[in-house]
Structure formats: structure tokens, C-alpha cells
Design a protein around this ligand. Sequence first.
Ligand SMILES: Cc1cc2nc3c(=O)[nH]c(=O)nc-3n(C[C@H](O)[C@H](O)[C@H](O)COP(=O)(O)O)c2cc1C
Length: 388
Amino acid sequence: MSAPTLTAVQPLRIGPHVSPTPVVLAPMAGITNTAYRQLCREHGEGFYVSEMVTSRALVERHAETMRLVTFTASERPRSLQLYGVDPTTVAAAVRMVVEDDLADHVDLNFGCPVPKVTRKGGGSALPWKAELFRSIVRGAVAEASRGGIPLTVKMRKGIDDDHLTYLQAGKAAEQEGAAAVALHGRTASQHYSGQADWEAIARLKETVTTIPVLGNGDVWSAEDALEMVRRTGCDGVVVGRGCLGRPWLFADLEAGFAGREDRVKPGLRQVAQVLRRHAELLVEFYGDELRGCRDIRKHVSWYLKGYPVGGDVRARLGLVDTLEALDELLDSLDLDLPYPGAAAEGSRGRAGSPQARVALPEGWLDDQELTGPAAEMIRQAELSVSGG
Ligand SMILES: Cc1cc2nc3c(=O)[nH]c(=O)nc-3n(C[C@H](O)[C@H](O)[C@H](O)COP(=O)(O)O)c2cc1C
């Protein structure tokens, strides 16, 4: 299939930062640590966002959270995602980012659908409380702007089809000074099931007119990214699961947006080299070989998707505990195997079924104001564990 053509692709501007390729690596808990961000960035231009860090854990300087906010010298701009439900705590966290010079861009997470988060009114549940959402964004923008740092918002369409929030929240974020808004075209209730609704991204683009609108959901290839921009008019694409086990997707995206048709079609040797480098970067990130090797295990099946590698080696790669053992296993593969084509492409990562009912605080949907017990709960609901 030839690449869909676009008349002109504009660079993506987030505050003072510009990427000629309008692409953002989506924050993914347990994935987009400095090791993976670095690896992706080596393949192409864009914004590369950290996994979510909770405001409370940051303010309290939890050791694991402080590790998650590390960026290497080659990572510029540094994009950090924060999660929070209480305006005071979120503002304090952004103040700390500015005062300690931890990042060059802060993204706020209003898209997380996991019950642990929505049950406390956080993530994708939060924009329903319109004034609370607005005051979190307002406070965060005020603190970020003191350091000249742009503040962006990432959200879902809403809680479910009867409680859509994205147009109202997008407009509010724009009015409160956000530098961009990103929309994952699913509701919390959909979780990762079905198809992302790109039509909603187009609606948001019509509604939010003065800052970039970024589209997210089901971009598995450069062709998908170009198609999303063509169909929605969005100013950039946010890519999550599509790059799992294939950080070279960012090279394809760069080529695609530059109007080129070349795509990375790695043989197994090249895949093994990138997997090895990923493991090495993880070991560096953790400062611990075993932890780094444990972490690479979950990436193995994504890297090998579509390559005819036997179940036995896959299983052993899934238990690897030293770089030496990893090298031995990779060397045992038939590294001359060529790129397998379509089998290596397409969807990967989380899918699953819709949630019948989104876990929410009691009475959350009764109205869009934050009143009564919910208000007190929000004050106490800050999660203290980062990374999802
Ligand atoms: C493993 C995993 C972890 C995620 N963690 C986060 C997160 O920390 N913050 C966030 O805003 N979204 C998170 N997401 C959602 C993604 O950023 C993205 O919105 C979603 O995967 C849809 O994009 P995709 O279809 O390109 O994957 C996560 C998704 C996955 C699959």
C-alpha cells in the first residue's frame, strides 16, 4: 500500500519546543522509562514522555519515583507525565519540577482507566468534575509557566458514552493555558477494546482551535499516523502500543511525515541487536543486571512478533536473568531470518474487553460539581505509587 499523502505536515510545537516530526511517544507505565525513551529517540524525532508519576509520590520524594523522573543528557526536551486528583498536590509537584529542574514539559494524565485510579476519581474519571479539572489545570499551568515549561493534558473521550467529557475538558484546558491537548479516542468503559474513535479527535480539533490537538489510539504504522492526521486534521499523533518491541517505528514515522516511502523492515539479526541494546539500557537504568533482565522479559514477545522463533527459545528468553544468558540465547537464533512482512506488523499489547461499569467513587456521576463526601475524598485520594 502506498503512503497516504498529506499536503503539508507542520512541525509540532509544544510551548517553546518544536519537533519537525509531529509525533509523541505515549506515556506507558512500566514501559517508557529512560531506557526505552532513549532507544525510541535514537530512531526518530519527536516528544518522548515518561511513564506516569504520581504528584504525591514526587512531592514526598519516594525513591522509586525519583528513579522514574531521571532523564539522560541526550533526552531533550524532557517530557514528564504527572498524575494527581488534588489541585494543591498537583501544583506542588509542578512547582518541584520547576524548582529542581526535573523536566522541560509536563503532561497531566486524565486518561487512565484502571479501577485503582478511577475508583478514587482520578485519571479518566476526573474531567467529569468540570471545575476540579479546570482548577488542576489552572494551578499546574501557573506553576509550570513560572519555569517557562509548557503544560499539556492527555485524556480519554469520557467515562462512557453517556458521560463524554472531552470537548468540555479540551476547551477548558485551552482556556486555562494548556500548551496542547491529546485525546485517546476511547472512553474509560471501553478500556482498550474496540477501535479508537478518530471521529472524536476531529471533533476536538474543531473545538480546540488555538493550541495543538494530538490524536491517540490505534496507530500501528506510519501509514496509520498519516491517515489519522488526514482524517482528523490533528496536529500530531501520540503512539503507544504500536511501538512495543519496535522502537524503529519512530524512523518510519519520521520518513512517513517527510513524505518518504522507506520503512524499516528488520531481519531477525537487527531485531536481536535492538532487543540487546534495550536490555543493556534497562540494566543501566536500574543499576542492577537482574532487574534490567527481568524487565526486558516482558518485551521479548513483542520484539519477536511474526518471526518464526520456536516456543522453547521464547520461553527461555522470558526467564533471562543475565546479559550473558541473553546473548547466548540471541546467538542461538537463526539470525539470517528475513523480515516476515505483515506477521510482524499490526496490533500488539493490551486489548481486552470493555468494563461493564467503570469503578467510580459513590455518587460520582450524580452531577459535575464536586460536592459533599466526594470533595473530602479527593483531598485524601492522592495515590502514592508511581508507574500505574
Ligand atoms: C502498558 C501501558 C501503560 C500505559 N500507561 C499510561 C500512563 O502511564 N499514562 C497515560 O496517560 N497513559 C498510559 N497508557 C495509555 C497510552 O498512553 C495510550 O493512550 C493508549 O495505549 C492508546 O494509544 P495506543 O493505541 O497507541 O496504544 C498506557 C498504555 C499501556 C498499553
